[in-house]
Design a protein around this ligand. Structure first.
Ligand code: DGL
Length: 265
């Protein structure tokens, strides 16, 4: 494998950009390819088989580029498809799951809240997490239908987004949660709003940095970190409208970017 090859990253939409941001900070000279499956977002209210089919198709597209590793920057896709991806593709696959373990280690009140999609919280992977860590803290699970759509619309701060979010966050605070797990990669973009509701005492856990460090470790172990001197580049694709995606990704990435149309996969 050529260690100058790019790293592929995908999500149902733009949420994975919160992970891409952390990867860019951790690995400044790696080239990064990002796929937003916007035409099929949100994944969170779809059947597991559908998400698995989409994830395999996108991973195949990335492997064909080719890439030297894949980051599944989506908790929902991980819960539905990671086993299948690892079985099919012969590149390192780094995947997300709600950061329950760090939250349980962090909480002082003994109550943690987990914000995630409906599909993630009903998955076997997530139920396993609850079984493993449920004795160490009171874990309050909050599915958040509708929230991904707000981020996909670039609406990070309107009254509508705030009132939707309040319905999810306030019950967790009322139950005494002092640590909130952002269990969907779209939610870090709503962190300022969540922070304004929860106050500075509450810890928000976004696993993006840990995932970026894990990616570095994995590549280092197999001698696949890039050794080039120049800064890495980013390339973006969407299965939705490139025009809309260009606007939204430029907003969230805080730089003007070009976005290509993902070939039919
Ligand atoms: N960013 C995805 C996640 O981490 C969102 C899933 C969705 O599209 O509903 O779960």
């Amino acid at each position: 494998m050529n260690r100058l090859l790019p790293i592929g990253v995908f999500d149902s939409g733009v949420g994975g950009l919160s992970v891409l941001r952390d990867i860019r900070k951790e690995l400044c000279n790696e080239d990064l390819l990002y796929v937003a499956d916007s035409n099929h977002a949100p994944y969170g209210d779809k059947e597991a088989e559908y998400i698995e089919t989409r994830s395999v198709a996108i991973a195949q597209f990335l492997v064909d580029q080719p890439v030297k590793a894949i980051v599944v920057a989506c908790n929902t896709a991980t819960s539905a498809a990671v086993a299948q991806l690892r079985a099919r593709f012969n590149v390192p696959i780094v995947a997300m799951e709600p950061a329950v373990k760090p939250a349980v280690e962090k909480t002082k009140s003994g109550v943690i809240g987990v914000l995630a999609t409906c599909r993630t919280v009903s998955s076997d992977n997530f139920l396993n997490l609850l079984t493993r860590f449920g004795d160490n803290a009171d874990i309050v699970v909050q599915p958040c239908p509708g929230l991904v759509e707000q981020v996909e619309a670039g609406d990070l701060s309107s009254d509508m987004t705030r009132s939707l979010l309040e319905k999810f966050v306030f019950p967790l605070l009322e139950k005494g949660a002092d640590t909130l797990v952002l269990g969907c990669t779209h939610y870090p973009f709503l962190a300022p709003l969540i922070r304004s509701m929860a106050g500075i005492e509450v810890t928000l856990i976004d696993p993006g940095e840990a995932i970026a460090r894990e990616l570095r470790r994995r590549l280092e172990t197999i001698g696949q970190l890039s050794h080039r001197e120049r800064l890495g580049t980013e390339q973006f694709w969407t299965s939705g409208s490139p025009k809309n995606a260009k606007e939204l990704i430029s907003q969230l990435w805080e730089t003007d970017v070009e976005v290509g149309r993902l070939p039919e996969v």
